[in-house]
Design a protein around this ligand. Structure first.
Ligand SMILES: NC(=O)c1ccc[n+]([C@@H]2O[C@H](COP(=O)([O-])OP(=O)(O)OC[C@H]3O[C@@H](n4cnc5c(N)ncnc54)[C@H](O)[C@@H]3O)[C@@H](O)[C@H]2O)c1
Length: 444
């Protein structure tokens, strides 16, 4: 059975992540309709997929209205954050299953509205929490579920955004303004909150969060810095955020994300032209951003587990690090390297059998000589080398699970229902940050 999909939003996610997966697997799925108001994005994906002219739309609403006539089996909603809820509700009302980009909603009221509609209509809605599909997180989850470290007591995630990535998305780009996108605790760390909720297995009780925008503000602009880097910035050589160094030099061989956001012309000249006046060439101290550049959140759950989530723009690498402590062991991992270290406290402890568990080292640690295992849990390419493309394999695995499910084979774990708590945790964290108080979560 070939699944017929409609893509709502042919941007970085719709075209490059999910659209690409479909184009590479014509026997499993095909793109039968595309909606995007930006002609070159819409036409590029529609041409590559051979979509009929009648099924190329400037707005998602027309695609959904026509979905029955077009014979669509499901939709991929990869629109900007603020458009997710209306599109998801329209799809639910039309009875079409959807893969919905995170966040499912940007306000608590909208989330409740979507949840109520989906429940009333029995809608099939899956949220793109791609981390659950990555070998790294699946390895950790398997270790916890098999009781390898006993009962899970604490979970700590560090979301190291990377200074260049933060400047791209949260100072110059689509998520710089909380009012037009979503709070960063939702926009960026909804994956982490989803992972924390997934691991705890119990409802959240309370959450407290602090953080602010400290650095990317006008008062930190170097003397004489102009509005745009290319207007003769006097500190161009030493500024870590000098835009051409990133978009033109470092990403010279990339024409997809994030370069595609600059505009249609991704030649070196086209990029320079876009940086001269466009948002991605702005001085990072003179943008119209308000996203916090660091935030720390703590929370507890009904099963007694506590968790912390630390987010910072000021990191040299773009990765997540995690530490899980349990009653009989401890796990530490780094998503970028794929390395996981498992300390097991009992002298008789061992690792569970699993296809995911690739032990690359074993030692003992004092004072009791307890066991330490080193695992590699990252994705590998055809020749066995680490491969972090597509969210470390998560994007492809998510699409695979989605299309498999549409064809009648199983249910992905990232349903809307399974995502409600983590969204509510994000809304509560933002409230806590703004109101400077601990927020209690209502039992759902
Ligand atoms: N799951 C993940 O790990 C992950 C990663 C990055 C982004 N995202 C989410 O994916 C979504 C899309 O992000 P992106 O990076 O692809 O953004 P993008 O800006 O590249 O793509 C969004 C596209 O939607 C189009 N669009 C806007 N209004 C429209 C309308 N009325 N009808 C049809 N199309 C419309 C835009 O023109 C654009 O091409 C966002 O919600 C983002 O938060 C998720």
């Amino acid at each position: 059975m070939t699944i017929r999909l409609g893509i709502l939003g042919a941007g970085a996610r719709g075209a490059d992540a999910y659209g690409r997966w479909v184009l590479q697997r014509p026997e499993r799925a095909r793109i039968a309709a595309v909606a995007d108001p930006v002609p070159h994005r819409r036409e590029r994906l529609a041409d590559a997929a051979g979509v009929a002219n009648a099924h190329r739309y400037p707005d998602w609403r027309d695609l959904v209205t026509d979905a029955d006539r077009t014979g669509l089996d499901a939709l991929v909603v990869s629109l900007p954050d603020r458009l997710h809820v209306e599109a998801a509700i329209a799809a639910a009302e039309a009875g079409i299953p959807i893969l919905l980009e995170k966040p499912a909603a940007t306000t608590a009221a909208d989330l409740d509205r979507l949840a109520a509609t989906a429940e009333a209509r029995g809608a099939r809605v899956w949220v793109c929490h791609v981390m659950r599909y990555q070998p790294f997180w699946q390895t950790l989850k398997h270790l916890v579920e098999t009781g390898t470290i006993g009962g899970l007591v604490t979970m700590r995630i560090e979301e190291n955004i990377g200074f260049w990535h933060f400047a791209h998305s949260y100072v110059r780009g689509n998520w710089r303004d909380t009012a037009t996108s979503a709070p960063i605790v939702l926009a960026k760390t909804s994956h982490d909150l989803d992972a924390i909720r997934w691991f705890s297995g119990a409802a959240p009780i309370s959450i407290a969060s602090v953080g602010s925008l400290t650095y990317f503000r006008p008062e930190h602009a170097p003397p004489g810095a102009p509005e745009h880097c290319l207007d003769g910035c006097p500190v161009a050589e030493e500024c870590p955020f000098y835009a051409p160094r990133y978009y033109v030099d470092a990403l010279a061989h990339v024409d997809g994300f994030p370069v595609s956001l600059l505009g249609e012309d991704t030649s070196a000249e086209g990029r320079m032209e876009a940086l001269r006046r466009g948002p991605y060439g702005r001085c990072v101290f003179r943008s119209d951003n308000d996203a916090p550049d660091h935030q720390q959140t703590t929370m507890d759950f009904a099963d007694g587990m506590t968790a912390t989530l630390s987010t910072s723009a000021f990191t040299g690498q773009n990765t997540r690090t995690v530490r899980l402590t349990g009653t009989r062991g401890e796990i530490a991992g780094n998503l970028r390297t794929g390395q996981v270290e498992v300390d097991l406290f009992s002298p008789r402890a061992s690792l569970p059998e699993s296809a995911l568990t690739r032990v690359v080292g074993q030692s003992t640690r004092q004072p009791l000589g307890h066991k330490v295992f080193e695992l590699y849990s990252g994705p590998v390419n055809a020749v066995g080398e680490p491969d972090h493309r597509g969210h470390s394999g998560g994007d492809d695995a998510l699409m695979d699970a989605f299309v498999t499910s549409l064809a009648g084979g199983g249910e992905p774990s990232t349903t809307l229902k399974a995502s409600l708590d983590s969204h509510r945790m994000a809304f509560a964290a933002e409230r806590s940050r703004l109101e400077r108080r601990t927020v209690r979560l209502e039992a759902a």
